[in-house]
Write a protein that binds this ligand. Sequence first.
Ligand code: GDP
Ligand code: MG
Length: 179
Amino acid sequence: MSDHSVLTTLKILIIGESGVGKSSLLLRFTDDTFDPEQTATIGVDFKVKTLTVDGNGAKLAIWDTAGQERFRTLTPSYYRGAQGVILVYDVTSRQSFNKLDAWLNELETFSTKHDVVKMLVGNKIDMDKREVSKEDGLKFARKHQMLFIESSAKTKEGVQCAFEELVEKVIQTPGLWET
Ligand code: GDP
Ligand code: MG
């Protein structure tokens, strides 16, 4: 008997430097839209979406930063209770990649679940200009025991996969989502 069919609400966070495409990834995933004019000032607080993974329903509450990451003021309550985290960088910005360590440090400091599942996402692969190779992304992810995928919120590539694989791993991690 599996009790996974019970609709569980999972708290998923999206973090990373301003402008890497966090809000765009969220809106692509939840509403299947993309706005090239998406501005850093327009942030969503969070969105709810139901996802079926391996026949198990999961209700996701996905938290966006509402632009506050610009001031580096993501608070402990933002991180509290999260089971899954999507850490995003922009493959056309080496600077956004170089800041990943700082984001992991912050996550480590504030996370209340030490086995929180982490997904590294290299976004904007539709653009010609690239400053971070796929190999560099993969290497970083391996080093920090993270899942990894490259994506484009513009063309949809990798977006659904990023959320699904994260949620799948959360559901497979005992004690992380129950209670
Ligand atoms: P956030 O600050 O991390 O939430 O980033 P936004 O979602 O606001 O995106 C910042 C800018 O990058 C916006 O102009 C988006 O339209 C653009 N953007 C986001 N994702 C992509 C992508 O995958 N490809 C391209 N070409 N542009 C993107
Ligand atoms: Mg945003």
